[in-house]
Design a protein around this ligand. Structure first.
Ligand code: CMC
Length: 428
């Protein structure tokens, strides 16, 4: 293959260098295009646009491959845990035992949040969506921890990383406790990451709460599966906010907002609400599939389709297996699972879905699993956010440390009115 691409524009030929990744992906470097030709590229939704080079996550949508720092997601789910995988994604290598112990201690010793921060929940209604309160409190961390807000001080960044990963489950659990009118439960530093979160969510002062190791393991695995997915909507948001040199707390708060949308992380809430609607309507799956295919209807089959995966979503496969195990263990006989299986069957044999390569994605089965674990539907996207946090941090850090980084500032093709004289209000 030649090492450049040629573009002819208005009779002028320009040569554009090629950039090759370690998995032989090829990109055409157009950074000098406007200077040389006056033209820009246009790519709605950025489906063909690489915004950076990154060494964190590799995915191949055609083959259904997902690897963090070269390690297949299947192996990490089987042999690793969320904290170790987080270290891997942020620092690039699996930790040695002393590095892991140090990392674990640093995270588990920053789990408390300042008592003043709790007052936020006094002001918010108990119906507040937890993604709204999560983004607000994460943003507010920069007011309480100004001593770890400098993006250029490696020690301050390190402390901000510990604080964010440690405090996110505490903030999330406090949002839940407020919504159900129960007292907030302080974190327990002796517990593992997922166990501590389950304890803050579901324990009460009135009785003992036992953490089921199967549920703990499944939740930890779900966090690993959500940890990173290269340049997705929320990660790109974190990078673009950070590219203005905003601090890590502010950048992550923006990522939480981006994740909330129903086409991104919010899809897990939508999937469950959709399954409930199908159930309430008598379980007629065909009727909902027909609606999803109707171009005049805005309805989509949530949990199906992916910008990158056009074969299958490897995360969905792992979750489906775990869901079967956890549901059996908890003795849950959820009619929604039957509806989900029927929906999957119908959708996968329907030419509309086959032609468009629409397969179940990560959100399709995760909701059923979260529901079985006792999480309310409105809370599902928060679980996604806890899992995705180390990925956002890894990308923010990679972006800040890269000499190639520039402020994210796309161009546009202007399609508005051309110049016209101002018309006084009396003449309009
Ligand atoms: N139900 C019905 N039709 C669909 C669906 C769906 N879930 N997804 C895509 N299509 C159709 C779409 O109408 C279009 O049809 P046509 O070519 O006739 O116009 C075609 O498939 C291509 O869709 P697109 O919207 O151009 O594809 P995209 O790559 O821009 O969007 C997506 C990807 C994930 C936003 C989309 O598939 C979707 O809206 N899915 C439902 C929401 C969902 O489950 N999101 C979670 C994604 S995985 C977790 C994450 O990373 O956040």
């Amino acid at each position: 293959m030649s090492e450049s691409a040629k573009l002819t524009l208005s009779g002028k030929e320009v040569e554009l260098p090629l950039v090759k990744g370690t998995e032989n992906e090829v990109g055409i470097d157009i950074s000098k295009l406007r200077g040389q030709t006056g033209a820009i590229t246009l790519d709605n939704g950025f489906g063909n646009t690489g915004s950076c080079s990154s060494a964190i996550t590799y995915l191949d949508g055609e083959k259904g491959i997902l690897r963090y720092r070269g390690y297949p997601i299947e192996q990490l789910c089987e042999h690793s845990n969320f904290l170790e995988a987080s270290y891997l994604s942020i620092y690039g290598e699996l930790p040695t035992l002393p590095q892991y112990k140090d990392w674990e201690r640093n995270i588990t010793h920053h789990t408390m949040i300042r008592e003043d921060i709790k007052k936020y929940w006094d002001a918010w209604p108990h119906t507040a969506h937890p993604m709204a309160t999560l983004s607000s409190v994460v943003s507010a961390l920069s007011t309480f921890y100004e001593d770890s807000g400098d993006p250029w001080d490696p020690r301050e960044v390190e402390i901000a990383i510990h604080r964010l990963i440690a405090k996110m489950p505490t903030i999330a659990a406090y949002a839940y406790k407020k919504s159900v009118g129960q007292p907030k439960v302080y974190p327990q530093n002796k517990l593992g990451y997922a166990a501590n979160f389950l304890n803050m969510m579901f324990s009460m002062p009135t009785e003992d709460y036992e953490i089921d190791p199967i549920v703990e393991k499944a939740l930890d695995q779900l966090f690993i599966l959500h940890l990173d997915h290269e340049q997705n909507c929320s990660t790109s948001t974190v990078r673009i906010v950070g590219s203005s040199h905003a601090n890590l707390f502010a950048s992550v708060a923006a990522g939480v907002c981006a994740l909330w949308g129903p086409l991104h992380g919010g899809a897990n809430q939508q999937v469950l609400e959709m399954l409930e609607a199908i159930h309430a309507a008598g379980g007629n799956v065909d009727q909902f599939v027909a609606r999803a295919k109707d171009k005049k209807d805005n309805f989509r089959l949530y949990g199906f389709g992916h910008r990158v995966y056009k074969n299958f979503d490897p995360r969905a496969r792992i979750i489906k297996k775990t869901a079967d195990q956890v549901l059996e263990r908890l003795g849950v006989n959820d009619p929604l699972l039957e509806i989900a299986k029927k929906l999957e069957e119908v959708a996968l044999s329907d030419p509309y879905f086959i032609e468009r390569k629409l397969y179940p994605n990560v959100d399709f089965y995760s909701g059923i699993l979260y529901k079985a674990m006792g999480f309310p539907t409105k809370f599902f996207t928060v679980l996604f956010a806890i899992g995705r946090l180390p990925g956002w941090i890894a990308h923010w850090k990679e972006m800040i440390e890269s000499p190639a980084t520039k402020i994210g500032r796309p161009r546009q093709i202007y399609t508005g009115a051309t110049e016209r004289p101002f018309v006084p209000i009396s003449q309009r």
